[in-house]
Every structure is written in structure tokens, then in C-alpha cells.
Design a protein around this ligand. Sequence first.
Ligand code: MG
Length: 253
Amino acid sequence: MLKTNSELKLMREANRIIAIILTEIADKIKPGVSTLELDRWAEQRLASMNAKPAFKGYGARNGRNGFPGSLCVAINEEVVHGIPSKDRILEEGDIIGIDVGSIYKGYHGDGAYTYAVGEISPAARALMKCCEEALYVGIAQARKGNRVSDISSAIDHYVTPRGYGIVRDLTGHGIGRDLHEEPQVLNYIDGHKGQKLKENMTLAIEPMINGGTYKVRTLSDQWTVVTEDGSLSAHYEHTVLITADGPEILTHV
Ligand code: MG
């Protein structure tokens, strides 16, 4: 949906808050820390900026409770939507994707970043680099007059020749009053053009890239998505505003 100027002001703040969380949490990610400690910190930090966690309680449906955390955490072969736990302790060499959503005065912020825990393998480093670069390649296409599929195909053309798997079951999305709005922003080419991009649209663009197959499955906790082959996965996300002059990343400090 197109945003008015007063809505954009709130979207900017909701997403500036996300940028602050993702910047500050970097110092807290180290061996020995539990994912629940990260989650508790994030919830308090959101509250200190007058924001609520957008993910907490989200997605309840028949037989499944809403998401219990403020952060979605995803270690190594976990792709997204891992549940923070006191028993999940970060170890040297892990990679951890942190996805955080905010609600500020009724508007949503959403962003994600994958962090290294201490020293990581060259393969993990290369996967993270490809995913982060793919995000920026996609953002560059978030221009008025382009189609949603221009973002998708830019990401696909960047990632696929590098031999990685692009997750298909989860996608980017419009964002505003709702966390997930139209349009869906695929990270791969599906043959559809998708809608035309217009000024004052806000999109969350978020490639999820696997070291092996693109296929994923959901664990019995009904939330945690993992790679089917156990390969590593990376995830980066920015919320972007389409302006007359091109894309503006809102999840920057
Ligand atoms: Mg998102």
C-alpha cells in the first residue's frame, strides 16, 4: 500500500528502531550467550524506544501458538523463525541470523542480519557475503516503474550462478500497518511479473540463502525452519521505501 507522509514518518521511526537493535546486538553475540538472553535484551531495548515486538504472539493458528519471542533466531542450518531459548548457547564458529520486528504507533519495522560468532569458516563467510550482496542487488531494483519481479530476478541472477540455494517457501513482503502486506517479494524467478512498483511503497526485502539445496522443512516446534540437507543458511533483510529518486533503506541508523 502507498504511504502518506504522516505514515512514512512513523515507518521511518519503526525501522530506525530496528537498525538500532541490529547494530547494538552485534556486541552481545559471542560464545556462551543464550538466544534467550539476546531476546530479553531486544524486548527491553524495543520498549526503551516506545516500540513493541512485532513477532511476539504473531502467527497463531489452529493448533499453533503465536511466536513466543521478540527475536527470531536462526543458528547455522536454521533458516528463520527459531525460538529463543535459555538452552541454546552460542558457540565459536556458529553463524546466527537475527530477525527483529517492531510496532511503533501502529506501524511496523522489520530487518534481519546474520552475524558470525567468533571465528567462522571461509564457507560460512562466503555464504553470508553472497546473501548480503544479494539483498543490495535486489534493493537496487526497488524503483518506481519497475516490477516486483525485477527485484526477484536480480537476486536470483546474483545467487544462482554462485551455486547456492535460494529459499522459496519464505519471501519478502510489503509492510506498513500490517507486518506482512502485499506484494510478496520472491527471491527467485517464478515467471510472473508481479505488480508495478510505485513511489511511497514500503517493502521488506529479505533473501534467505542456503549453502546447499533451496529446500527447507519446519521442525516439530512448528516454527523453526531448517535446511533440508543440513547446510548452513544466511538471511539479511532491509525495509525499503520507494522514493522518486530510487530506493531508500529505512533500516539504517
Ligand atoms: Mg520480513
